[in-house]
Design a protein around this ligand. Structure first.
Ligand code: NDP
Ligand code: 8X3
Length: 251
């Protein structure tokens, strides 16, 4: 389709699957994340079919975010779709046991990082004349679960901020879609449980969770609708999951 898509968190999971999906439809990609080597491999895989520009930065670092976007070559200074996907959960602990550092990292990444990237990229979305911002929320935004406290809070913030963006950006013709997936088997739980693989794998036992590709397909669909149609808020789960709390496990 020849659009330019900026994807944060393209080194893994949903972001990486989005890169493959959008490349398959002929869109050019700005892929970002902290793990430079993974971005390089993805560029190698996808380049040829489309143009791929990797940008290495930590979304928590305001100066680095603005510098990275400012460094874009002239030919990349129009962004059709921004996918604000970079994010994480750290820990699954009672509020009184949870780590302040984990809370700060989640807030700095999921909320402040999303705001920095959006603010930095906004002039380039406005320049595209029909920009689209797609924010990754979660079912954790819609249903607060035990030991989810601050992670759920960051995703509820993404939900509310997405609504605010949609209202305030109407006058620029920018679409804002918030997508709220349920359990999906990516590196998400490995990160959340800090490398404890057995705890991470237990999350997905007894049912078939969403895959990264399922979520990327939905994101791609929402970005492929006619100019006058916007999917505002999408909650998607695997069939075994009803909401942010209830999952039917066959054990
Ligand atoms: P992964 O852990 O597989 O991928 C997370 C991505 O975010 C990585 O590419 C990582 O890149 C990037 N990232 C994390 N922190 C930073 C940072 N400080 N700066 C830049 N990039 C960062 O997880 P998912 O693909 O599953 O998650 C993607 C999004 O979807 C997250 O926002 C998550 O909260 C949300 N989500 C996930 C669900 C799930 O069950 N998997 C369900 C609902 C929502 P790198 O480490 O290279 O910087
Ligand atoms: C990720 C899904 O259920 O672990 O946002 O919060 S959940």
């Amino acid at each position: 389709m020849n659009r330019t898509i900026l994807i944060t968190g393209a080194t893994s999971g949903f972001g990486e699957a989005c890169a493959r999906k959008f490349a398959a439809s002929g869109d050019h990609l700005i892929i970002t994340g902290r793990r430079e080597e993974r971005l390089g491999k993805l560029k190698q895989e996808l380049e040829g079919k489309v143009q791929v520009l990797p940008l290495v930065f930590d979304v928590q670092d305001k100066a680095a975010v603005f510098a990275a976007i400012a460094s874009l070559p002239e030919t990349w200074k129009k962004i059709d779709v921004l996918i604000n996907n970079a994010g994480l959960a750290l820990g699954r602990d009672y509020f009184d046991d949870a780590s302040l550092q984990d809370w700060e990292t989640m807030i700095d990444t999921n909320v402040k990082g999303l705001l920095y990237v959006t603010k930095a990229a906004l002039p380039l979305l406005i320049a595209a004349d029909h920009g689209h911002i797609i924010n990754l929320g979660s079912v954790a935004a819609k249903d607060i679960y035990e030991k989810g406290n601050v992670y759920c809070g960051t995703k509820a913030a993404v939900d509310a901020i997405s609504h605010g963006m949609r209202i305030d950006l109407l006058r620029h013709g920018i679409k804002v879609t918030a997508i709220h997936p349920g359990a999906a088997d990516t590196e998400f739980s490995d990160v959340r449980f800090k490398g404890d693989a057995s705890q991470a794998r237990k999350i997905y036992e007894g049912f078939t969770p969403l895959s990264a590709e399922d979520v990327a397909d939905t994101i791609h669909y929402s970005a492929s609708l006619p100019a006058h149609v916007c999917l505002n808020d999408i909650v998607m789960t695997c069939t075994a999951q009803a909401d942010g709390i209830y999952i039917y496990k066959k054990m």
